[in-house]
Design a protein around this ligand. Structure first.
Ligand code: HEC
Length: 313
């Protein structure tokens, strides 16, 4: 069939075509309009984060301890009583909650199965405890001991106080930590256990005030003599050394103070340990714990070298 064989379209059929196209076009427009008015706002509502996370729990999407610098300020408060029966002995619910909290807050150092071999454990001294065996525990592995360790930390070590975790949640962690050790944890001290149960019964627990670490640092800086921020290599610099520095340093002004506060830069191993243990509050990423000796040497040389060059006339 050829074009010549076709009858030319009459005015009527052309108008009909136009009308059809118009109907189709406005149908599409109405669909888009409805989509924009109903579906999009609903999606946005769905995705909007909670206005404010509850003050006694890590923020949603938080990685816990590692995320402290980003934690919102929250006012300290007394907590309502908790029935000790719900927290003093392990239950499947407590263990499941404990496992979730452990992954968020503890496994970076203690390892996923609690053997003290998390990614950040490498340069810590003392090393994170191995929960799978009974040797080397300092405070002890009874329920009340572990509760105290989580609540107050161990001074001078990487084991921080997790006092921002609700006491009931700390108990979930206690039971989970104990479940990671297949050994006999021995009899509990009945008096210590009763004292802890009483604390849960009363309003004896208090969540401390919390100000964002950034604010605390700002205040500290105002009190101290200021150290100029480290100059990171520009993003255009793609050399391995530049990439390494940009990877290691998350906050150039905090890192500058860390470098300035380190008395002896010659013992690279000691420097690496100290800087890794203080991360991320000291301006370095916690991931520096995974760097090798050569990479550390490179970082220390770059940072201290920069300082010395700056001092020259
Ligand atoms: C930044 C690394 C780090 C993180 C995160 C961490 N710990 Fe530790 N933890 C350590 C180190 C290091 C030690 C060993 C301290 C010592 O030997 O004095 C330790 C020791 C312990 C001990 C043993 C105390 C004893 O009696 O010997 C317990 C229990 C414990 N941690 C529980 C936890 C729990 C639960 C969490 C999560 C809420 C946690 N830790 C998070 C580093 C960490």
């Amino acid at each position: 069939m050829t074009d010549e064989g076709k009858t030319p379209p009459t005015w009527g059929s052309e108008a009909k075509g136009l009308a059809n196209r118009f109907a189709l076009g406005s149908g599409v427009a109405v669909t888009f309009l409805l989509f924009g008015l109903i579906v999009v706002p609903a999606l946005l509502r769905e995705r909007r984060p909670l206005a404010r996370p509850p003050s006694d729990q890590p923020a949603a999407a938080s990685v816990g301890w590692l995320d402290q610098a980003e934690a919102p300020a929250s006012k300290g408060r007394d907590l309502p009583p908790v029935d000790p029966a719900t927290v003093m002995t392990a239950s499947p619910q407590l263990l499941a909650r404990g496992e979730m909290l452990f992954k968020q807050n503890c496994s970076s150092c203690h390892g996923n199965s609690g053997q003290g071999n998390g990614p950040a454990a490498g340069t810590l001294n003392p090393r994170p405890r191995n929960f799978a065996q009974p040797a080397d525990w300092k405070r002890g592995f009874h329920v009340t001991d572990i509760f105290t360790t989580i609540s107050t930390g161990i001074k001078g070590t990487g084991m921080a106080a997790f006092d921002f975790i609700r006491p009931a949640d700390r108990m979930a962690l206690v039971h989970y930590v104990r479940s990671l050790g297949g050994f006999d944890h021995g009899a509990e001290d009945a008096k210590a256990l009763e004292a802890l149960a009483n604390q849960f019964r009363s309003t004896g627990f208090h969540i401390p005030n919390r100000i964002p670490v950034s604010l605390a640092i700002t205040k500290l800086v105002q009190e101290q003599t200021t150290v100029p921020a480290l100059q990171l290599p520009p993003p255009g610099d793609k050399s391995a050394a530049a990439e390494l520095l940009r990877f290691a340093i998350v906050d150039p002004s905090r890192a500058a103070r860390t470098v300035a506060a380190t008395a002896n830069h010659d013992d690279r191993t000691a420097v690496a340990r100290a800087w890794a243990a203080g991360a991320p509050d000291n301006g370095f990423t916690p991931a520096v714990a995974g760097l090798d000796a050569a990479e550390w040497s490179e970082i220390v040389r770059a940072l201290v070298g920069t300082k010395e060059e700056a001092r020259q006339p």
